[in-house]
Design a protein around this ligand. Structure first.
Ligand code: NAD
Length: 366
C-alpha cells in the first residue's frame, strides 16, 4: 500500500474549515484506492504571523521540504491588513513559497457544470453547456518578481515607483511545455495571450512560444491574442478557448475573470507545479482553492469546500499519479453539486447546506 506524504497548510479564515472536509474526502479515497496518508500540518499566513512572527516561517518551509506536495488553504484577512504591505500574509507567504519551490506553472481549470449555468453572470445562451477551459499561467517571472522594484523620492519631492517586467527564453519554454501537455490531454488547442503590440517581453513571449510549439508540438493548434481582446472574448464566448496560456500578471487577471464567469470561487481549484520532481518522479506542486479566506463567511460553517476537495484531486493526479482516485473525487463533487447540494456561495444565492454537509454529500458519491 502506497503512503502519500504531503504538507497541509490550512492558513486563515475559511482555510481550516474547508481543509478539514477535504482531508476527510482524501482519507476515504485512500481506503477505496489503497493508499495511506502521512501528512503534517504547519502554519502559514496570518496564523503564522501570530504564532511565529512571520507569514512563512522556517519551520513551515522545513515541513514542505520534507513532503512530496503541499496542500494549501488560503491566507490573509482583516486582522493583518494594517501591517506594512511587505509583511502582509499574501505577499509574505504566497510569493516566497512560489519562489522557494520554483512553482512556475499555475494550472487553473475553469469548469462550470451545465446544470449550474444559472450561477454564472453570463447569459445562459452564451454557455448552454456550461464552461470547460483551463488557464496556464506563468507564476514566477514577469512584473511581480522583476528587478528593479522600488519606490523613491525624486529631487522635486514627488514619489516614483518602479516595477520591472522581465522574461527569459528558458522561462517561456518551460511553461510552453506545460501548456502543450495540458492541451494534449484536452482539446489540442492553445491560445497564447500577450501584449506584443506594446511590450518587449510580449514580443519575446510570442516568438519563443511560436518556435517552441512548432518544434515540439506542431499538431497543437496554436493561436495568439492580445490580452485586452482576451478579456473581452472570455466574457463573450469563453468556450472558444481550450487552453488559455499566458504570463504572470495577465494570467492573474484573466484567471480571476475566468473564476467569476464560472459562477463561484468556491468551486475552482488550482495547481502550481514546480521545476523539481518529488521522490516519486512526479512534479512537486502546491494545490489550493482559487478563492481567498472569505472573511465575510468565515466561522459560519457555510463555505463551499468543493474547491479544496478538487485541489486534493489535482494533488493526487499531478504529484502522486493517483489518476483513478483523482477522477473518482471529481465525479463525486460533480454528482454532489449537480444533485442539488449547494453551499453558501453568494454567487449561487441559495440556502447553504453547510461545509460539513457538502463534504458528506461528496463522500456519499465516492
Ligand atoms: P475571497 O476569495 O476571499 O472572497 C470573495 C467572495 O467569494 C466573498 O464573498 C467570499 O465569501 C466568496 N468565497 C470565496 N471562497 C468561497 C467559498 N469557498 N465558499 C463560499 N464563498 C466563497 O476574496 P477577498 O474577499 O478579495 O479576499 C479575502 C482575503 O483573502 C484577503 O485577505 C485576501 O488577501 C485573501 N486572499 C488570499 C488568497 C490566497 O490565499 N491564495 C487569494 C485571494 C485572496
Amino acid at each position: 500500500m502506497k503512503t502519500l506524504k504531503f504538507a497541509v497548510l490550512p492558513g486563515d479564515g475559511i482555510g481550516p474549515e474547508v481543509m478539514e472536509v477535504a482531508l476527510d474526502v482524501l482519507k476515504s479515497a485512500g481506503e477505496k484506492f489503497s493508499f495511506t496518508l502521512d501528512y503534517e500540518n504547519a502554519d502559514i499566513g496570518g496564523i503564522a504571523i501570530d504564532n511565529h512572527g512571520t507569514a512563512f516561517p522556517d519551520s513551515t518551509k522545513q515541513v514542505c521540504e520534507a513532503s512530496e506536495a503541499i496542500l494549501f488553504g488560503s491566507v490573509g484577512g482583516p486582522k493583518w491588513e494594517s501591517l506594512p504591505p511587505k509583511e502582509q500574509p499574501e505577499r509574505a507567504a504566497l510569493l516566497p513559497i512560489r519562489k522557494t519551490f520554483s512553482l512556475y506553472a499555475n494550472v487553473r481549470p475553469g469548469l462550470l457544470y451545465p446544470e449550474l449555468t444559472d450561477a454564472s453572470p453570463l447569459k445562459k445562451e452564451r454557455i448552454p453547456n456550461g464552461i470547460d477551459i483551463v488557464c496556464i499561467r506563468e507564476l514566477t517571472g514577469g512584473i511581480y518578481f522583476g528587478q528593479p522594484k522600488s519606490t523613491s523620492t525624486l529631487e522635486n519631492g514627488e514619489e516614483q515607483a518602479i516595477d520591472t517586467m522581465v522574461y527569459k527564453t528558458s522561462e517561456i519554454e518551460r511553461i510552453s511545455k506545460v501548456a502543450i501537455d495540458t492541451a494534449k490531454a484536452r482539446g489540442n488547442r492553445v491560445c497564447s495571450v500577450d501584449k506584443a503590440n506594446v511590450l518587449e517581453t510580449s514580443v519575446l513571449w510570442r516568438k519563443v512560444v511560436t518556435a517552441y510549439f512548432a518544434k515540439h508540438a506542431p499538431e497543437i493548434e496554436l493561436s495568439h491574442m492580445y490580452v485586452d481582446n482576451a478579456a473581452m472574448q472570455l466574457a463573450r464566448d469563453p468556450n472558444q478557448f481550450d487552453v488559455l496560456f499566458t504570463e504572470n500578471m495577465f494570467g492573474d487577471i484573466l484567471s480571476d475573470e475566468m473564476g467569476v464567469i464560472c459562477g463561484s470561487l468556491g468551486m475552482l481549484a488550482s495547481a502550481s507545479l514546480g521545476a523539481q520532481k518529488n521522490s516519486l518522479g512526479f512534479p512537486f506542486g502546491l494545490y489550493e482553492p482559487s478563492g481567498g479566506t472569505a472573511p465575510d463567511i468565515a466561522g459560519q460553517g457555510i463555505a463551499n469546500p468543493c474547491a479544496q476537495i478538487l485541489s486534493v484531486a489535482m494533488m493526487l493526479r499531478y504529484s502522486f499519479g493517483q489518476l483513478e482516485a483523482a477522477t473518482a473525487i471529481e465525479i463525486a463533487v460533480e454528482k454532489a453539486v449537480t444533485s442539488g447540494n449547494r453551499t453558501g456561495d453568494i454567487a449561487f444565492g441559495l440556502d447553504p447546506i453547510g461545509t460539513k454537509a457538502m463534504g458528506e454529500a461528496v463522500l456519499s458519491y465516492l
